[in-house]
Ligand binder design. Sequence first.
Ligand code: DGJ
Length: 728
Amino acid sequence: MIVLDQEKNLSTLHTQNTTYQMKADRFRVLTHTYYGPRIKDGDLSYLVRYADRACAPNPSEAGLDRTYSLNTIPQEFSTCGVGDFRLPSIEMELPCGSCSADLRYTGFELRRGKYALEGLPAFRGTEEEAETLVLFLEDAAARVRVELYYGVFERYDLITRAVRVVNLGEEPARLRQCASLCLDFLRSDLDLITFNGCHLMERFPDRAPLRSGVQGVGSVRGTSSHQHNPFVVLCDHSANEDYGLCYGAALLYSGNFQALAEASQYDNVRLVMGINPYQFCWTLEPGQSFTAPEAALICSPGGLGPMSRQFHRAIRAHLIQDPYEGRRHPVLINNWEATYFDFDADKLVDFAKTAAPLGVELLVMDDGWFGKRDDDNSGLGDWTVNEKKLPGGLEALVPRIQELGMSFGIWIEPEMVSEDSQLYREHPDWALRIPARIPARGRNQLVLDFSRPEVRQRVYGQIKAVLSSADISYVKWDMNRSLSDVWSAALPPERQGEVFHRYVLGVYEMLDQLRHDFPHILIEGCAGGGGRFDAGMLYYTPQIWCSDNTDAIDRLRIQYGTSFCYPISAVGAHVSAVPNEANRRVTPLETRGTVAMSGTFGYEMDPNKTTQEEKEAIKAQVAFFKEHYDLIQRGDYYRLTDPFAEGPYTAWEHVSPDRREALVSLVYGAAHAAAPFRVLRLKGLDPALRYQVNGRGAHPGDVLMSAGWPLPPAEGDYPALRLYLRAV
Ligand code: DGJ
C-alpha cells in the first residue's frame, strides 16, 4: 500500500511486514526517513538530525544555517559535487565539463499495477498485485529530470526500484554514473554479506561487519560474473536464519555492476547499487532518456531465512516467465560431461534408449553439434548442423529421439565467435576489438559485438533456422568468457562508454526475440556454469546452470550460497559420473541425486556406462523427484545448517506452502568411527499437526521442531539421507 501525504511531501510504502518512507524536505531535497519493520503511518523525519559539523558544506538555500548539509542528510538518491561527499548515485558531466548533480523534488505519480522497463528485465504485477509510485526530481542547472520508480508488492515485502534520467536541455548530457538503488541507513552497526567465488566455486557467502569507509563488490567483466554476484545483504550483527533485521538487495542486471556500502563518519551507512561506472559514459541527446536497471529490495524483520523465502516466492511469481506455467519441467539428460565434443547422432540415440526407460524425458545435445566444432578452438558463429556428426541434420535426429519417448534440447553460445569460423572470415570487425590492438582470446574465442543490431540479426537468423528445423523444446544459452577489448566499430569515440551496457541490452533483446518466436521453448541460462546467475537473466531464462562443478559435496556450498536470493526452481543441477570431473571426488549416487534434486534435477553422464543396480537407483530417484516436484520446486526452502561451518553434515528442508508436507535432505561429511548421537531440529512445520516420517509414526510438528529427529550414524563417506514428512 502506498500512502501519500501531499501537504508534508511524505511518501510511505507499506508491505505486509515492512515500511519504507521518504520525504521531500523544506528545500525539496528527497530524504530517506525509514526502512524497516512495518509501522503505522506517521512522519519519521524527526529521525533526521541537523548539526553544525565542521567541513560540511551548506547549500545556498540554507542561508546561514550551518546545520543543514547534504553530507549528513539521509538521501533517497544521492548527488555529487555540491556538498555530499559520500557515495554518489548519479554523476553527470555538464556541457561546461564539470561533474555534478543536484536534485530537487518536483512531484509524483501514483499508478495501480507495476511499471515496466523497455528493453530491461523487471518484475511484473497486475493492478491487483502491485502499485507504482514515481517521484520526480530535477536538476535545474543541468536541465535533467530524474524519475525514481518504486514497485510495491505487499505480499512479498518486495520493493523494486528503477531510475530514468531525461535530458530536458538543448545540449547533450553525459551520464557518468546512474545507480539503480541508493539506500541510506541512520546506523552503521550492520554486517554486509556478499556472494563471491570463481569458476567452479560460485556464490560463497562472505559476511563481515561494516568497517569505516567504502566496501563492496562489483564486476567489470561484462557479465555479472562468477566472482561476485549482484545480490547483497545488510543485516544486524546478530542476525541469523531465524532472527534479526535483514535487507536483501538484488540487481536485475547481467553486466558490469557495482554494490558499494559506505559507513561514514557519523555512523550512517549508504548502500549504492547499479551499473558499474567503470568505463561507463552515456550521452543523452536533448529529449532522450536513459533507464537504469531495476533493483529489488526485501527487508525481513525475522532473519535471513524469511528474507530468502520472500525472494524465492517473488521471483517465481513475478519475475520468471516459464513456458511450462505451473507444469513440471522435464527431467533431462545432457551429454556434455559424458562425451564433450566426441559424439554423433547414434551415440545420442543410444543415450536416449537407455535413459528414457529410467524416466528421463529430455535429451540435451550440448556443445559440438555445429560448424567445424570438434574442440573449443573453432566453429563458434557458424550455427549450421555438422552433418558429419548428425547426418540429415536435426530433421533426422529429433524424430529418432522422440520415437523413444523423449523431447530434444540444444546448446548454443550466440555471443561468441571463433577466429576459425565462416562468420569471422566474413566479418572480422564484428568481434569486440580495440583499434591497433590484437584482441585477447578467452577459451580461444572472441566476443561478438552484441551492441550492433546487424551482428545480432545475423546470428539470430541462423539460430532461428536451426530451432525451426525440428521440434526443439529446450535451449541452453551459454557464454564462456569475460569481455575484454571492449570497443565497437559502430560507435564514435565519444560514445565508446556505452558499449558494455549496449552489449547487455543486445543480449536481452535477442533473448526476448527467442522467447517471442519460440514461446514453448524452455531456456536455461549458462555462462561457463554460474558466471551470469542473476535476477536479470532469470526474467528470460527460468533456470540457470548453477556451476560447472557437479561434485555433490562442493555443490552443497554453491547451492547454499545461491539459495540466499534465487529459488530452487532456478538452480540448474545434474547428477554426474564419479570420480567427479572437477575434483575427482567419489560420492554415492544417492548423494548426487539428493543434491541435484534441490535444483532443476537431471543427469550428465553416459547412461550406458551404469550398472543395472545404478539404473534401478536412477529410476527410483527420477520417480521420487517427479512425485515430490511441487514440494521441492514450489515449496519454502529452509537452510538447516551452514555447509561452511564444517559440521558433520549439511541439511536443508523443503516445506509445502500449506505445511502439510516436508522433505528434509541431509548429506554427511567424511566418515568417522564412534559417531556421536545426533539430533536434527526441523523448521517450518505446523506445530499443531502430526507428521509421518518416511511413512511411519505420527510425530507432532512442535516436537520435531523443538526436540528434533534422531539421525542414524553415517556409513562410509558422504552418504545422504532423505526424510519425507506428511501430515496425518
Ligand atoms: C560451459 C558450460 O557450463 C558447460 O555445461 C558446457 O555447456 C560447456 N560450456 C560447453 O562448451
